[in-house]
Design a protein. Structure first.
Length: 300
C-alpha cells in the first residue's frame, strides 16, 4: 500500500535516474473531472419558449388592436368627408337657389316695367289718335297712330331682348355654380380617399402583399420578375417570396428590391414583357380620372 506520509529516514537519495511510467488505465473523464465547468443555472428551454410565446401573443394582440383603431379612424374620416362634401354641395345649392330666386324677381320687375311702359305707350297712342281724329286730319291721325305703334313695338322688343339676356345669364351662372360644386365634391372625395389609403397602408403591412399578388395575376408567359417596393415594405415582401413562386409556375426567378419612387403599400412589377404599375398613387389617379369623366347631372 503506498504511503501518504513520509518520514525523514525513509527517503533515500538515488544516484541514478529513474523513469516513471505513465499509468495507462486513467480515463480522460477522470482527468477532466476537476476541470468541469460550473453547472448552468439559467432559465430552462421550456421557460424560454414560454416567454417567447408570451411575447408573440402580446405582439399579435397589439397588432389586432392597431388594425382595429386604424379601421375606426378610417370610418371616422370617411364620415367627416361625407358631412363636409354634403355641406359644400348644400351651400352651393343654396347659392344657386338664391341667384335663381333673384333672377325671378328681376324678371318679374322687368315684365312689370314692360307692361307699364306698354300701357303708357298705348295711352299716348290713344291720345294722339283722339287728337288727330278730333282735328279731322286723317293723315295726321294715321301718321300719329303708326308712329305710336312703331315706338311701342320697338320698346317692347328691347324689353323682351333684355329679359332673355338676363334669364340666359342667370341660367349660365346657376350652371357654373353647380359645376363648381361638383368639382369641389370630387376633389374632397379624392383627397379624403388618399388620406384614408395612406393611413391604412402605413398601418397594415399586408396591403403590399395583396397588391403584389394582384399584379402577378396579370402576368402571362414564362419570365423573370423584379418586384420594386417601398423600403418600409421590403422586409415583409421578401419574406413572402416563396408564395410568389407558388402563384405562377412559369416564373423563372423573383427579385425583390427597394425603390424610393414607390409609395408604401404599392409596387412595380418588371418582367421580360413589360412593367406593371401597381403603385397606390397610380391607382388613385385612375379612380380620380374615372370619376371626373362621368357626365355631371345638370339641375336639381
Amino acid at each position: 500500500m503506498p504511503e501518504k506520509v513520509f518520514k525523514a529516514k525513509s527517503i533515500v537519495e538515488l544516484t541514478q535516474k529513474v523513469n516513471i511510467a505513465v499509468p495507462h488505465n486513467v480515463s480522460k473523464e477522470e482527468l477532466d473531472y476537476e476541470e468541469a465547468q460550473e453547472e448552468y443555472r439559467g432559465p430552462s428551454i421550456e421557460e424560454i419558449e414560454a416567454e417567447i410565446a408570451g411575447i408573440r401573443a402580446k405582439w399579435e394582440e397589439d397588432l389586432r388592436d392597431m388594425r382595429r383603431k386604424a379601421s375606426d379612424e378610417a370610418d371616422r374620416i370617411m364620415e367627416d368627408a361625407k358631412n363636409q362634401a354634403f355641406e359644400i354641395f348644400k351651400s352651393k345649392q343654396n347659392e344657386a337657389h338664391v341667384i335663381s330666386e333673384q333672377a325671378k324677381v328681376d324678371a318679374s320687375k322687368i315684365i312689370q316695367d314692360a307692361n307699364a311702359e306698354k300701357a303708357k305707350i298705348e295711352s299716348e297712342s290713344e291720345s294722339i289718335r283722339d287728337a288727330a281724329y278730333k282735328e279731322g286730319y286723317a293723315k295726321g291721325y294715321d301718321e300719329g297712330f303708326e308712329k305710336s305703334f312703331s315706338d311701342s313695338n320697338n320698346d317692347l322688343t328691347k324689353l323682351a331682348e333684355q329679359l332673355r339676356k338676363i334669364l340666359g345669364e342667370t341660367i349660365n351662372k346657376r350652371n357654373e355654380i353647380i359645376d363648381a360644386a361638383e368639382a369641389q365634391v370630387i376633389e374632397v372625395a379624392v383627397l379624403i380617399a388618399k388620406r384614408v389609403v395612406k393611413m391604412l397602408t402605413e398601418r397594415d403591412k399586408g396591403i403590399v402583399i395583396r397588391n403584389i399578388q394582384e399584379a402577378l395575376r396579370r402576368i402571362k408567359g414564362r419570365t423573370k420578375i423584379t418586384i420594386r417596393v417601398n423600403i418600409d415594405d421590403l422586409e415583409v415582401s421578401a419574406r413572402h417570396k416563396d408564395e410568389f413562386y407558388q402563384m405562377l409556375d412559369k416564373i423563372e426567378g423573383v427579385t425583390v428590391l427597394e425603390d424610393p419612387n414607390v409609395d408604401i403599400g404599392g409596387c412595380m412589377i418588371e418582367t421580360d414583357f413589360g412593367d406593371i404599375d401597381a403603385r397606390i398613387n397610380t391607382q388613385l389617379n385612375e379612380i380620380e380620372t374615372a370619376i371626373k369623366e362621368v357626365e355631371p347631372i345638370k339641375g336639381f
